[in-house]
Design a protein around this ligand. Structure first.
Ligand SMILES: [Zn+2]
Length: 234
């Protein structure tokens, strides 16, 4: 915006115009053939620069280092800082694509959180589980995570029900220890001797299924191999 104002204010003067800028990023953005950010502002700057050139005046963008005592630069810095305390906005700048994406992302996250909390308050089992396990935080899945482990991670975060639970059948035998597992996920997390190491380093007070799941997911690198060899019951 300062570059645009400088060019506009020098439009009526004779001779070439040199604008001293301490932002290499701004200079590169103006020089870019197809800018992706701040397109409206950069187009306006280029338009004013063209009007200079049409009147046979050159526009030179000169990079200078900041905070080294260059007189005009220090003054511009002081003015920019003082503008932060203004109570009103006198110049509106269109948000950049990146800014818009960030706004959309944070809005979507807020919507998601309020939706989950609404279900939580309505006593939805899965929403309660999801909030208790994740605290609405992001998952720890990276590009290096195998597909199998990322599926297990998602299922644990969602506190899935097994097919036979959904159709109301009685429990089945656990495939790992042969005990009856009426609530398969709870058995897998709390009781199954084959998954004992998932509960290591937990205190007596941290033995609810959701707390154990949170512990496992927070230590996925330690527990990943067991989760892969003994996938949660389905
Ligand atoms: Zn078992």
């Amino acid at each position: 915006m300062a570059i645009l104002k400088a060019l506009e204010n020098s439009n009526l003067k004779e001779g070439n115009t040199t604008v001293h800028i301490d932002s290499k990023g701004a200079i590169l953005a103006i020089k870019a053939t197809n800018p992706k950010e701040n397109v409206t502002l950069i187009t306006a700057i280029k338009s004013v620069a063209k009007s200079h050139q049409a009147a046979d005046r050159r526009v030179i963008l000169n990079w200078i280092p900041s905070h080294v005592g260059i007189l005009g630069n220090e003054e511009a810095d002081i003015l920019a800082k003082s503008a932060l305390s203004c109570s009103t906005v006198s110049i509106k700048v269109q948000p950049s694509i990146t800014h818009l994406k960030e706004m959309a992302k944070s809005y979507a996250k807020l919507q998601e959180e309020s939706e989950v909390r609404r279900h939580y308050l309505q006593d939805s089992r899965t929403s309660k589980w999801y909030v208790d396990v994740t605290n609405l935080g992001p998952h720890d899945i990276t590009k290096q995570t195998t597909r199998k482990l990322s599926i297990i991670t998602h299922r644990l975060r969602l506190g899935y029900l097994c097919t036979w639970q959904m159709i109301g059948n009685e429990g089945r035998l656990c495939q790992y220890c042969d005990r009856e597992a009426i609530q398969p996920l709870e058995h897998y997390l709390l009781d199954c001797p084959e998954t004992q190491s998932l509960r290591s380093n937990l205190t007596e007070n941290e033995l609810t299924p959701a707390q154990i799941t949170r512990h496992i997911l927070n230590n996925i690198r330690t527990h990943g191999n067991l989760l892969m060899s003994h996938t949660p019951l389905r």
